[in-house]
Every structure is written in structure tokens, then in C-alpha cells.
Design a protein around this ligand. Sequence first.
Ligand code: DP6
Length: 325
Amino acid sequence: MKATAIAPANIALIKYWGKKDEQLRLPINGSISVNLSNLQTITTVEFYPDYQADIITIDGKQDDKETERIIQHLNRIRTLANLYHKAKVVSQSNFPKAAGLASSASGFAALTVAASKAGGLGLSEKKLSILARQGSGSACRSIPDGFVEWLEGDSSETSYAYSLFPYSYWDIAIIVAVLGDEQKKVSSTKGMEAAKASPLLATRRKRVNYRIKMFKKIMKERDFDELGELIEAEAFELHAIALTSAEAIVYWKPETIEIIHLVRELRNEGLPIYFTIDAGPNVYIISEKENTKRAYNELKQIKGIRKIIINAPAAGARLIKEHLF
Ligand code: DP6
């Protein structure tokens, strides 16, 4: 059978940075994210007895460095479905993979939903999230709707994501300033491995659960400034750990720092906008809807930004009817 799914990328507001089980991708702490409406991946999967090997095409190319990881993920699904057929997989993202915009999250979420349906499995959202997590940790958060919490858990069955609030809960904008170039980037998997040597990791582990509690309280009260302060502190902590890892990992480019200063200056001038940054140079600016246009116009002044993508909170991964082949 053939099935197609669409899944959003997500941006972590409380970060996942470290695994306690590499094989199962069990994180050292819970995390929280929001799905992004304009960064999506569509994937079609078909299992077919006549295929001699898995044929995987990503954004029109067949020699992707992710191919091995995708085949491993197909194997997980084949095992669950008692299926031995090879698969054809075609995947298309609406953003350049080279930009370093969490393509593994939307990619593995769409692959999980499409392949499990194509394999005849009728999995619950929780089971899909558990499965997606094993492909790429952050992918488990692209399965549920809107604002999502990934529970740390102490086993594969207890480490999954669920929707904290639907996408319609809070009409904020997430403006992505794209500076990235994935080719030069240290992958999250490698970055997390190196982070084990950071003396700051132990401190983070002590306070991250408190931050998750604070996050939920702030969301309930819809306190935008408190939310902004918290997500900036989280972003700085992730990068402080990266800078103090086994080899210092500097994810930022000059423009990253330029945008950090611009956001802070604008805030001093009365524009309430805040930022977060993942394991790359791109800056994600959050603003209330009425301030989006001004924030966008200010960002446009910075040379070196390759693209600006405005997102709203979005639904999670789901099946769609139109196939890619
Ligand atoms: C900085 O999910 O890409 O974006 O599980 O090794 O595939 P793997 O890592 P990945 O890591 C994402 C790290 C992050 C923060 C986050 O999304 O929480």
C-alpha cells in the first residue's frame, strides 16, 4: 500500500540536548516545542514485493547522507508490521535542507506516519511519537498538534510527546532568519555526544524540570514577556553547553550575534520580541501577531540573512491524499 504524510518542523522552546540512551534516543530531560506552519515535509512511502532495494529520494536526490538512517527507520516499521518488502520513499520539503532548519524533525515525523500507514499499522499518536523519536529525537514533537511537550521517560514506552495546547491557543509568530549552511554544521547527534564533557550539563539537568514547570504556568497565563525571557535563557544555556563541550562548538555566525543585539535594542525601544536558536546559526524570533510586520521590516535591514520565513503555530503530522508518485 502507498501512503503520504505531511509533517511540520518544530522549534524547541525548552531544549533537548543530550541522550541517556543513544540507541533508543532517550533524552536526559523533557523538552517543549511549537510546530511551524511554513516549514513542512511531505513524504510518500510504498512497500512493494517487486522492489529489490529501498529507493529513497529526498528533495530530488538519491545520494542523501541520511539514507542509512532512513533505512534503519524503515526496518523498525517493517519489524512492527511483520513486513519484508522493500520500499520506495519520496520526500519533499518546502525549505532548503542546506539551511539547517530541523529537517530531521519534519522528515522523520512524515516518514513515520506515511510508512506505518503504508505498512498497514494503525498506530495511536503516542505510538507514532515513540517511533518517530527513534529516527530523530525532536521528530517525536512534530507528531502532536501545536505546543508540544516531550516527556523524558525512563523507557522507550514512556518517552513520547503530546499536545500541551492546540496551535490555535496563542496567535504568536515565529519569524525565522535563515543564515544557515548545513554542510558546515556539527550535527545534533555529534553535538550532544560532545556535550557530555561540558561541566554545565549537570547544572542544566538540575533546573530544567523547574523551567518546564514555569513554561506551563506562563503558557496558562499567556504572559508573553515571561515566555520570551525563558526561551532566551534556554537558548543561551544550550549554546553555553556547546561552547564548553569536548571540542568547543560555535554554532553562531556574525549575523547571529547581530540579530541578538538587534532584538535586544528593539526591546529597549519598546518592541516586545524575543529569540531562540537551535544547533545552528539561524535565529527564531517570536513576536505577538500585531508586531510581526515591524519585526520583519527591522530584520530585513540585516545583510547576510538569506531568507526570512514567518510561521504561526501549526498542527502536527497527518496523512494526506495526494501522493508524490
Ligand atoms: C538543538 O532531534 O536533531 O534542535 O535525536 O540526534 O536526531 P537526534 O537530534 P535532533 O536534536 C535537536 C536538537 C535541538 C534542540 C531541540 O530540538 O530540542
